[in-house]
Design a protein around this ligand. Structure first.
Ligand code: G3P
Ligand code: MG
Length: 230
């Protein structure tokens, strides 16, 4: 039987809404998205917020690093359409107990944010989600820190390069799988692929029965996949 590839909104629904915005997450949830991927960093006062870039410059009307602003200071800046940078707590409240798979990326590969893993895990302990979160990071020590605090959590390493001896790597690092930029054939591990916006590539990946894809346009990809499943 064909595996149904899970479709994750990469930073929410950036094809139609500001990336990593509550408006995009809300729309995606209302349209029954399979999964949401989002990037987490810390403010100066150590509040987890959702933003891809370490700096405000590209996606807001502000400048400088997230780490240099308190949450209250960050709130003066805006994404497109007047959206503000969401906190992780706000996203978790929006999700509630809806049946959606969350993929929380620790955005620690450039700014490290020491202790971010514990702050995030402590916050997750305060809510009841429908499914356990999948954690990912390009920075393997973040996943190690997460595993030390919560050994049973699903952790996936993000990489843009081919992984040699993938099965042994995943086993040795106690990972759930790999989140890859390029599909790797014949590696018996859970693979999710980012960022897939071309229907032809998605079609191939659905045929390969990968566990998941991350896409900027979940509506298009979901329609494509569901047509294939008919
Ligand atoms: O998690 C998949 C993807 O989000 C990784 O790359 O740079 O978009 O966070 P990036
Ligand atoms: Mg990401």
């Amino acid at each position: 039987m064909a595996i149904r590839t899970a479709i994750f909104g990469h930073r929410g629904y950036p094809a139609q809404f500001p990336e990593n915005s509550l408006a995009g997450f809300d729309y995606a949830l209302a349209h029954h998205i399979d999964g949401l991927e989002f990037d987490v960093q810390l403010t100066k006062d150590r509040v987890p917020v959702i933003m891809h870039d370490e700096k405000l410059n590209r996606t807001t009307d502000g400048k400088g690093f997230i780490k240099d602003y308190t949450l209250a200071e960050l709130r003066q800046f805006h994404l497109d359409r007047g959206e503000v940078i969401p906190t992780l707590a706000e996203l978790l409240a929006l999700v509630g107990d809806q049946d959606v798979q969350l993929n929380l990326e620790f955005k620690t590969n450039k700014v490290r944010y020491p202790g971010i893993e514990k702050i995030v895990l402590d916050m997750l302990d305060t809510v009841t989600l429908a499914r356990p979160v999948i954690f990912s990071s390009f920075y393997l020590p973040s996943l190690k820190a997460c595993q030390l605090l919560a050994p049973d959590e699903a952790c996936c390493w993000l990489t843009g390069k081919p992984v040699v001896n993938a099965k042994a790597f995943v086993t040795n690092e106690h990972l759930e799988g790999l989140h890859l930029k390029h599909y790797q054939a014949d590696i018996p591990v859970t693979e999710r692929i980012w960022t897939v916006d071309e229907p032809a590539e998605a079609y191939e990946l659905f045929q390969q029965q990968v566990a998941g894809i991350f896409t900027d346009d979940f509506m298009t990809m979901t329609r494509l996949r569901d047509r294939m499943l008919l």
